[in-house]
Design a binder for this molecule. Structure first.
Ligand SMILES: [Zn+2]
Length: 427
């Protein structure tokens, strides 16, 4: 979560959650108080916003991933300000608010499309620039202040051939750069990776290749990816249908995102079944067991080996469906490099291999910029100040080195934020 103050006006960008902190303690997120969660490091500690000499005028969300919207139900109610997001992201915000059990949120919900602007407070204007990321409806919000633009650059890759959305609006970034960028808050997730992050079209081609290779198989076909990755889910559904298998989406988040995606006409056909609760999932799996596994493609949650997700439950034999030798599982995701995920994923893959399941790993491209994308953004925006974010200090260090190689000076025009840091940008 980032607060930007310009004059008396304060704008909050994103309210994310760090779920591993909650999961490790086995706590019920929905019922906990925001202060308890802030002390765990699970939601932003927003007490510092009270020390800013201004009034919060808007709460702005960049996209619908949980590390950007997951704390909205815990924090937004404390501010007398509208929540602003793209229509797709706003639906996910509403889902978060509906699941919140501790707080009531009465903030106005304002939907704004990419390419549009709205006034904020007395002196500022908010703009949404369309970007491409591993979910749809993503934007980089820009706060235009009299002192220059503050570009909130989380999260994106520069994709000119995304599968279901428009290409990234890089021309607008260049225009904003010519108008003058006071500060650029940048996501440094992949700042250590050389080259350019491939397009979603590349992931789609790899997926097609894997599915083509399984065309003659009479085993089960199970694919798993981020439920929020609408373009990836749409590609899986399309290829499964083309090879004569009926796709079935299984898992709570699969159902949530599929419903939202259909609402906005993303290509997940209405006749594709999506089951979110235990009973519906069991019913669908009994059907697969009865009608023949070779007739279906299961699209499931659990690519990180999460113990309660559908894939782990399938692998442990806790459902009416049992894996057999020759079945295939396609992971359309990379293991998030974090010890809990790595351990859970290792356990899952071991279980699958013990049952003779063929594992297709890492059929994926990242949703985040690599070094060449970062260089391109610096050239387009020409920011006066860089604020690397969204990473551990080690990840941020890679970005600081990259900025240093482009003439920026750490401590002067590259400012490394920690929780609670205030960075002054203009007199
Ligand atoms: Zn994201």
């Amino acid at each position: 979560m980032t607060a930007v103050r310009a004059g008396d006006d304060v704008v909050l960008f994103d309210m994310g959650v760090n779920l591993s902190e909650v999961l490790l303690r086995d706590a019920a997120f929905e019922r906990l108080h925001s202060r308890e969660l802030a002390d765990m490091g699970a939601v932003p500690d927003d007490r510092i916003v009270g020390e800013l000499d201004g009034t919060v005028r808007a709460i702005v969300f960049s996209h619908g991933h949980l590390d950007h919207v997951g704390a909205v139900g815990k924090l937004a109610h404390r501010y007398d300000a509208p929540i602003v997001a793209t229509p797709f992201t706003l639906e996910l915000v509403k889902d978060q608010l509906a699941g919140e059990e501790r707080f009531e949120t009465g903030n106005a919900l304002v939907s704004m499309e990419a390419g549009e602007t709205m006034p904020v407070g007395a002196r500022c204007e908010l703009e949404f620039v369309h970007v491409t990321h591993s979910t749809v409806g993503a934007v980089n919000p820009v706060l235009h202040t009299p002192e220059g633009a503050v570009v909130y650059g989380l999260d994106k890759r520069l994709d000119h051939t995304p599968v279901v959305t428009d290409p990234v609006d890089v021309e607008r970034f260049s225009e904003i750069g010519r108008e003058g960028v006071l500060a650029y808050v940048e996501d440094c997730t992949n700042a250590e990776r050389t080259g350019r992050t491939p397009s979603e079209a590349v992931a789609r081609a790899r997926l097609r290749d894997v599915f083509d290779s399984l065309a003659g198989s009479d085993g089960a076909l199970v694919a798993t990816t981020f439920a929020s990755h609408v373009s990836r889910v749409a590609s899986i559904v399309e290829f499964a249908t083309a090879m004569g298998r009926e796709p079935i989406l299984l898992g709570r988040s699969m159902r949530t995102y599929a419903t939202t995606a259909r609402h906005f006409d993303y290509p997940i056909p209405a006749d594709v079944a999506a089951h979110g609760n235990r009973a519906g999932i069991e019913r669908a799996l009994r059907r697969v067991a009865n009608e023949g596994r070779e007739n279906f493609c299961l699209v499931v949650t659990g690519h990180q080996g999460e113990p309660n997700a559908v894939l782990s439950r399938l692998a442990r034999g806790e459902t009416p469906f049992a894996f057999e030798a020759g079945d295939a599982v396609v992971f359309c995701a990379r293991t998030i490099p974090e010890p809990t995920n790595e351990g859970q994923r290792h356990r899952l893959e071991t279980l699958l291999r013990q049952q003779g399941v063929r594992v297709h790993d890492d059929v994926h491209v990242s949703g985040h910029l690599s070094r060449e994308g970062h260089y391109e953004m610096l050239e387009r925006l020409q920011p006066a100040t860089l604020i690397p974010a969204h990473q551990s200090l080690r990840g941020i260090a890679s970005y600081v080195a990259l900025a240093d190689s482009r003439g920026y000076t750490p401590g002067e025009d590259v400012r490394v934020p920690r929780n609670g840091t205030i960075i002054e940008l203009a007199e």
